[in-house]
Design a protein around this ligand. Structure first.
Ligand SMILES: Nc1ncnc2c1ncn2[C@@H]1O[C@H](COP(=O)(O)OP(=O)(O)OP(=O)(O)O)[C@@H](O)[C@H]1O
Length: 263
């Protein structure tokens, strides 16, 4: 699937509607994610960024709309091979969502057990070691339990698990939340390096303006129950929408922009 400018579209959302009771979260929401980009997804608290991600990865059944991921129609319940598409993405949930009773290596192996139950213990250990390394954790981290890890290490362990199945798509929900600025910048760098070396497409929910400036190719803005704007930050700066103006041109937005320019 390609858009009007010839970009390959790996996630396409059309006319999405999500509602909880009387609360309408999304109404007529459209979104295209291009192959190979890091798309930042921003919006005020409660605008439905996580619900959008959960809809795309099949954890939230929308009330209306169409969602195609890697050319599979995800809302078509009769689609054969849903698992086939699921193993092509990895997800880092807010807070890491690691199993506390499993070591880091065992956490990484959870999706492998699910999709490839026949793999030998040796091979599983070898793959877990590779993912630990890829995520920038020291080798001994594989044997540790989540409670023994710092916040930044937990995020990296969650990332290692998200990479377990060699995904094409990576979903990150506020990956730098709770990290100190240096840890956050390092995580951004890791995300960008992984995107480059593994050829990933990244759907990245964040409130972090530094992250947007440092690594996002485009940014989608959620407000008024839909994606009100999508583009490079420079393009969004021309928007008249009050939330976009406040977000990018308020004091924190200006500081992040100055940081990027090295002033
Ligand atoms: N399972 C659910 N049942 C009822 N309401 C829900 C459910 N999941 C989310 N919501 C509501 O949907 C709205 C959007 O939630 P969501 O977590 O997607 O927001 P968000 O944009 O990710 O917010 P934040 O930036 O604070 O993480 C919120 O009002 C939330 O309370």
């Amino acid at each position: 699937m390609r858009d009007g400018q010839g970009h390959e579209i790996v996630i396409s959302v059309r006319g999405l509607r999500n509602q909880f009771g009387k609360q309408v979260i999304h109404e007529n929401l459209d979104l295209d994610v291009r192959r190979g980009e890091i798309l930042g997804v921003v919006g005020g608290s409660g605008t439905g960024k996580s619900v959008l991600m959960r809809s795309i990865i099949g954890l939230q059944r929308p009330d209306a709309g169409e969602i195609h991921v890697l050319d599979e129609n995800l809302l078509d319940r009769d689609t054969v091979g849903d698992d086939e598409v699921r193993r092509r993405w990895g997800v880092l949930f807010q807070g890491g969502a690691l199993f506390s009773t499993l070591t880091v290596a065992e956490n990484i192996q959870v999706p492998m057990h699910e999709f490839y139950p026949g793999l030998s213990a040796n091979l599983l250990d070898e793959i877990a070691r590779t993912k630990v390394h890829l995520s920038g954790l020291f080798p001994e981290a594989g044997a540790k339990y989540p409670s023994e890890l710092s916040g930044g290490m937990k995020k990296r362990a969650g990332l290692a698990r998200a990479l377990a199945m060699d995904p094409e798509l990576l979903f990150l929900d506020e990956p730098t939340a709770g990290l100190d600025p240096i840890g956050a910048a390092k995580f951004d760098e890791l995300t960008r390096d992984l995107k480059e070396t593994l050829g990933l497409t990244v759907f990245l929910i964040t409130h972090d303006l530094d992250t947007l400036h440092a690594i996002c190719d485009r940014v989608a803005v959620l407000a008024d129950r839909r994606v009100i704007a999508i583009g490079k930050i420079d393009e969004l700066l021309t928007s008249d929408h009050p939330w976009i103006k406040e977000y990018f041109s308020g004091p924190r937005g200006r500081a992040a922009d100055r940081g990027r320019a090295g002033q």
